[in-house]
Design a binder for this molecule. Structure first.
Ligand SMILES: [Zn+2]
Length: 141
């Protein structure tokens, strides 16, 4: 884990918390809040969204969610450049940080489960819930 990471998800479902932040709640609250002000994370979220974010990675791994495919469907954009530009402006800069889209579901989980009213997060997670209801889960898990 990089020292600036609040947490990471490994082995598909194991969430690692950064002791530097999680042992000093005031520091963590301030660092997360500063990142939100910079647009790095979803507007309106607070430090508690860190766990929600990591849970997004777990769900993506468990269900094999194709975040890029789903976000293109949700946003109705065909250009991936348009998708990332829109995500960076309307969801969070971090959601558009990787070309493979790995942070999209996590930032959407952060916004949706923090109940901050982010339209992209709400639409994306609602679409993800349909994946689970359709029974597309990998039964080997
Ligand atoms: Zn992440």
């Amino acid at each position: 884990m990089k020292k600036e990471d609040f947490a990471t998800t490994g082995s598909g479902h194991v969430i690692h918390l950064n002791a530097f932040y999680f042992c000093n709640l005031q520091l963590q609250k301030q660092a997360y809040s500063d990142a939100v002000k910079e647009g790095d994370f979803v507007a309106g979220t607070d430090w508690r969204a860190i766990g929600r974010h990591e849970t997004g990675h777990v769900v993506a791994n468990a269900y094999g969610i194709d975040s890029l495919g789903l976000i293109k469907e949700v946003l109705k954009f065909t250009s991936i450049a348009d998708v990332f530009y829109h995500l960076g402006k309307e969801l969070s800069i971090y959601s558009a940080a990787y070309n493979d889209g790995r942070e999209i579901i996590s930032e959407c989980f952060s916004g949706y489960y923090s109940k901050v009213g982010n339209k992209i997060a709400d639409a994306f997670v609602s679409r993800c819930l349909l994946v689970g209801k359709a029974g597309e889960m990998d039964e080997s898990l």
